[in-house]
Design a binder for this molecule. Structure first.
Ligand SMILES: Cc1cc2nc3c(=O)[nH]c(=O)nc-3n(C[C@H](O)[C@H](O)[C@H](O)COP(=O)(O)OP(=O)(O)OC[C@H]3O[C@@H](n4cnc5c(N)ncnc54)[C@H](O)[C@@H]3O)c2cc1C
Length: 267
């Protein structure tokens, strides 16, 4: 993976377990030679191309979150298969697939870390994923704003530039102001992360606010393009559809609010 020869994926989500990950049903049964995996995962990024998948599975189904373990699964092994690829409204450059494990045998060494600690490892690493999503939100918002700034200065309506309507000026100003606040918080989180001090609440606040900002601004920008914004000819439409999933994957906005509220109320 480090030399770029193979792509990896992480398979947590299942058809019946997304936000409520602990409800996952994929099992990994211990045998003399290793483990046998059975189950289905859905919405797995890089699922079509990955040669190594980190699979979350229950080694102790009765133990809830404490029964989850992580496995490094070589996708060339018998018992591994993938669906056709899920057709999405955006992010077409990224593949998203269903993965199936049927009596898939892996050796003991495929266990990543300790048995039963999988959920704890995920909780430890998910803030980093959310930091990445926050950084993407800032980059994409800068991109869509730059496109829009250019368009509104050349498009004319009622004998003036679209940029000259007060509504346009206010929308652009609001977007810029939100973006600058977002960049400041992102920088703060990156600094904390580098010092090993970014907590799950910081990451949840970042993901919630920055991805919601991205969706709002992509929506406002598309509006400023009028009908052209709704066409595939103008890249603003791609910014709009690509943004939409940002408040869903890596933990939905509602789950981010739960994480933040838990830090305030203790449960
Ligand atoms: C393009 C894409 C790429 C993805 N990549 C990956 C990947 O690589 N690996 C992976 O494992 N997963 C991946 N996912 C899955 C993603 O993380 C889940 O879709 C997400 O966590 C939500 O789970 P769900 O779809 O089952 O929705 P559900 O959990 O069914 O949620 C439905 C709705 O209920 C709300 N809800 C749920 N619980 C609560 C609650 N307690 N309080 C309030 N509201 C709640 C949700 O916020 C949401 O609005 C990807 C998804 C997409 C779309």
């Amino acid at each position: 993976m480090i030399s770029g020869e193979i792509l990896g994926a992480i398979a947590m989500t299942e058809p019946g377990a997304g936000s409520d990950l602990a409800a996952m049903r994929t099992t990994a049964e211990r045998t003399d030679t290793g483990y046998v995996l059975n189950g289905t995962k859905v919405f797995i990024t890089n699922g079509l191309q990955a040669e190594l998948v980190i699979v979350c599975a229950k080694t102790d189904p009765a133990a809830g979150a404490k029964g989850v373990s992580l496995f490094l699964v070589d996708t060339h092994l018998p018992g591994f298969s993938r669906g056709q690829g899920i057709r999405k409204i955006g992010q077409h450059a990224s593949d998203t697939a269903e993965l199936f494990f049927t009596e898939l045998e892996v050796p003991h060494e495929a266990l990543l870390g300790q048995e039963g600690r999988g959920f704890a490892y995920l909780m430890q690493e998910l803030p980093r994923e959310r930091l990445g999503v926050g950084a993407q939100a800032v980059g994409a918002t800068e991109g869509v704003l730059a496109l829009t700034l250019e368009y509104v200065q050349q498009r004319q309506a009622f004998g003036q530039r679209v940029a000259d309507f007060q509504n346009t000026r206010f929308k652009l100003a609001e977007a810029r102001a939100r973006l600058e606040m977002a960049k400041a918080y992102l920088r703060q989180c990156i600094d904390q992360y580098l010092q090993g001090a970014m907590g799950p609440t910081d990451a949840a606040i970042l993901k919630l606010m920055l991805t919601e900002m991205q969706c709002d601004i992509a929506n406002d920008c598309l509006q400023l393009f009028g009908g052209y914004g709704y066409t595939l000819e103008y890249p603003v439409s791609r910014f709009f559809v690509d943004a939409r999933v940002q408040t869903i994957y890596a933990g939905t906005s509602e789950i981010m609010k739960e994480v933040i509220a838990r830090s305030m109320l203790g449960k």
